[in-house]
Design a protein around this ligand. Structure first.
Ligand SMILES: [Fe+2]
Ligand SMILES: [Fe+2]
Length: 395
């Protein structure tokens, strides 16, 4: 075990922000209360937990600071290496980023309740998302809830083993959408100028694997486009539908990235409890991707012409084309480990070069998710990613 004082940029972060695992939770949940009862429609939309469940969760949370920290976590933390901690810190950072972007989606297009920080919903945007599936608001809400749970848990685990939590509150400076439904608060991420990677659509229908050097083109070119409405737009317009379609492809892009990231980093973990955390949260990311992969295929044809526009084709027209048919959402068996072995249906990529933390950082950054962010924030994230990829199993 090597758990000497952890030294990195987060020492400075701690000076700027007190340890925040708890404040993060409290702030978000207090804010969530403000959105309760609002929203575009309550039709068949429910939270996933009963009040009893909430009470139990609160009880467990209280225990987490005391008894659990001294028993289960303490014994489980034996043998946690500096590499394990670097992996956990990067994953916490990624989850906070995910939480920030999903919160923005939820405020405008999810159900509004007390479970996650909500806005008041945007009728035109929600309607456009529901063109893809009437359950989109529920799924957006629940994905948001999951990301907050990931960040909250990972930070609490770090604290429980005597490590600093990750806190980006000082960087929540980016503007909110001006559309009805969005709260006017500072954001970590920017969803209004996105380059959305749509290559996952072709990759998961292919027998080829990026880990063997195969590069996949984009299915749809989505460059410098909004995934949330920057302002109120007319219901039923091409403009709002193109934004909802962009969001649908971004949902899948984010979650397939998480699927590869957790799979890749699990291979570097030493401690068994940390491994359990990484593969268990990773499974949740895979589940998210599977849902969004299916929903993106329902994106209707719509075009925004001209410079800065976007063209979503009729995905139904690809029926019979194994590279693009929209319902071919199960992971096609592909090259794995050795191309002489039979193809296997797996998460792909899972190599550090193609699916590791640095690759994930570049995917975030290249997508313009941090458009307008400070260079300090981007540099700090880059360092966290490098540290995670430098982890070696057993060291
Ligand atoms: Fe997550
Ligand atoms: Fe996720």
């Amino acid at each position: 075990m090597a758990r000497a004082a952890f030294c990195c940029d987060f020492v400075d972060m701690k000076t700027m922000n007190e340890p925040s695992a708890n404040s993060f939770t409290a702030t978000q949940e207090n804010e969530a209360q403000k959105g309760e009862g609002k929203g575009p429609s309550a039709k068949n939309r429910i939270s996933r937990r009963s009040f009893l469940g909430k009470s139990l969760a609160l009880g467990a949370g209280t225990m987490g600071a005391g008894l659990l920290a001294e028993t289960a976590v303490a014994s489980a933390s034996a043998g946690i290496t500096q590499g394990d901690i670097a992996i956990l810190r990067w994953l916490t950072a990624a989850e906070i980023i995910e939480g920030d972007l999903w919160q923005q989606y939820n405020e405008l297009g999810g159900i509004q309740d007390s479970e996650v920080p909500g806005g008041s919903g945007n009728e035109a945007y929600t309607g456009a998302l529901e063109v893809l599936d009437e359950d989109m608001p529920q799924y957006i809400h629940d994905n948001t809830d999951d990301e907050f749970s990931h960040a909250r848990f990972l930070n609490a685990f770090l604290v429980s083993i005597g490590e600093q939590p990750v806190n980006f509150d000082a960087f929540r400076t980016l503007p909110s959408s001006q559309a009805t439904g969005a709260r006017q608060i500072g954001r970590l991420t920017n969803l209004m100028h996105l380059n959305v990677d749509t290559s996952w659509y072709l990759r998961y229908r292919s027998a080829r694997n990026p880990d063997f050097g195969f590069n996949f083109p984009q299915l749809i070119i989505i460059a410098n486009r909004p995934a949330i409405p920057p302002m109120d737009l007319p219901s039923g317009s091409d403009a709002i539908q193109a934004i909802a379609n962009t969001a649908a492809f971004h949902f899948a892009a984010i979650e397939q990235g998480g699927s590869s990231l957790y799979t890749t980093l699990a291979l570097k973990v030493t401690n068994e409890t940390v491994l359990r955390i990484v593969i268990s949260i990773g499974g949740s990311e895979v589940n998210h991707f599977a849902i969004w992969h299916d929903k993106a295929g329902n994106a209707p044809a719509v075009s925004i012409p001209g410079p800065g526009g976007v063209h979503f084709p009729d995905l139904g027209s690809f029926d019979g084309n194994e590279d693009k048919q929209k319902n071919l959402i199960m992971p096609e068996p592909c090259d794995f480990i050795d191309q002489h072995l039979p193809d296997c249906s797996v998460i792909r990529p899972s190599s550090v070069a193609k699916g590791g933390a640095v690759r994930a950082f570049h995917a975030f950054n290249d997508s313009r998710l941090f458009f307008g962010q400070s260079t300090a924030f981007v540099a700090m994230l880059s360092k966290l990613a490098q540290d995670a990829d430098a982890a070696e199993r057993g060291i």
